[in-house]
Write a protein that binds this ligand. Structure first.
Ligand SMILES: [Zn+2]
Length: 65
């Protein structure tokens, strides 16, 4: 079983199949490389740990776009 750094445990394939993924959370991807122009945000189901999406947030000036 894979453990995310944010504490969410990734469940097995059957659990992910049965899960409706209604409890999606957004998490910043932990990268070994510092990205200064933005950051990758992962959408992960809190119930089963399945990643449902990925989004790159670009910094513009001092804040988010
Ligand atoms: Zn789920």
């Amino acid at each position: 079983m894979k453990q995310y750094s944010n504490g969410i445990t990734k469940k097995n394939k059957l659990m992910q199949f049965l899960c409706r993924h209604k409890n999606i959370g957004s998490y910043t991807q932990q990268s070994q490389f510092q990205i200064i122009s933005g950051e990758t945000v992962l959408h992960i189901c809190k119930d089963c740990g399945k990643m449902t999406g990925k989004q790159f947030l670009e910094y513009e000036g001092m804040g988010f776009k």
